[in-house]
Design a protein around this ligand. Structure first.
Ligand code: SF4
Ligand code: SF4
Length: 274
């Protein structure tokens, strides 16, 4: 028996919304008895793409984070349901029974990821089922995975050591979107955005971008180095939150500059004139 899971590689996600659209194409107006009732034509997102603006002008980035049911091992939605209305299949997929769950609105608020939607017309909680109806008829992947043009969604059998998902998990770089929930999610992430510290260095006497200035980022004895590019820009990516760094900028013939950067948010230090 396969144990299904998914890795969402944020570094490959371009925010094209194909996954969102194909999910709606699969479920809007289509009943799959025993798996899920039809999704309403408006108002529900079983696969949503969250857009996050990072930094400030002129150093702005957009991060896309696809979010769906995490198929948790320790699923609060299962615990909140009466009558086994939510259950985990032997392959790990968590299903909300479209008959037994009728009227059980408490299931919606049990999910800390807020991925269960309430169907007012049918009085039914609903969510992603990893296209279990397709897998059971022999398809290899859910619709969202099939439709992703960049390979950002990697789905497969986590018990098969040769599957793409097992190899990604074995590499040890995946992480939970919210490890603090402690739910043992079967959907994990690669490349979740952290924080950056960036700036632009200028030679004051020439009024030019400082190409090749040395920039050192340090905190608690740990040091990272980079050099400015032809536009005088530098950036350190993937930094932990709420950490105070010292940024030192050095260039031959100029007095070094030292600044502080606290990664409560993404930090753009602005123009730094040597
Ligand atoms: S993400 Fe939410 S809906 Fe999905 S299994 Fe976990 S608790 Fe249940
Ligand atoms: S289809 Fe793939 S690239 Fe497009 S938004 Fe979804 S995960 Fe990202």
């Amino acid at each position: 028996m396969a144990k299904y899971g998914m890795v969402i590689d944020i570094t490959r996600c371009t925010g094209c919304y194909n996954c969102f659209l194909t999910c709606r194409d699969e479920f809007c107006g289509n009943d799959y008895p025993g798996y899920a009732a039809a999704q309403p034509m408006a108002g529900q997102n079983w696969m949503r793409v969250i857009e996050t603006e990072r930094g400030k002008y002129p150093k702005v980035k957009v991060a896309y984070t696809p979010v769906t049911c995490m198929q948790c091992e320790e699923a609060p939605c299962i615990k909140a349901a009466r009558d086994n209305a939510v259950y985990r299949r032997p392959d790990g997929i968590v299903i909300i029974d479209p008959v037994k769950a009728k009227g059980q609105k408490q299931i919606v608020s049990a999910c800390p990821y807020r991925v269960i939607e309430w169907n007012e017309e049918k009085q039914l909680p609903q969510k992603c089922i990893l296209c279990a109806h397709m897998l059971d008829r022999g398809e290899k992947e859910p619709r969202c995975v099939e439709s992703c043009p960049t390979g950002a969604l990697v789905f497969g059998d986590m018990d098969d050591p040769n599957s793409a998902i097992s190899r990604l998990l074995a590499a040890g770089n995946t992480e939970s979107l919210h490890p603090e929930y402690e739910l043992e999610e079967k959907v994990s992430y690669l490349g979740l955005h952290k924080k950056f510290v960036a700036g632009t260095v200028i030679y004051g006497d020439k009024g030019e971008c400082a190409d090749g200035a040395e920039v050192t980022l340090s905190h608690d004895g740990k040091v990272q180095k980079t050099t400015t590019n032809g536009f005088g820009d530098f950036e350190f990516e993937g930094l932990p939150s709420d950490t105070e760094y010292t940024v030192k900028i050095e260039a031959k013939g100029y007095k070094p500059q030292e600044l502080k950067a606290l990664t409560r948010i993404d930090v753009y230090l602005g123009e730094i004139v040597l």
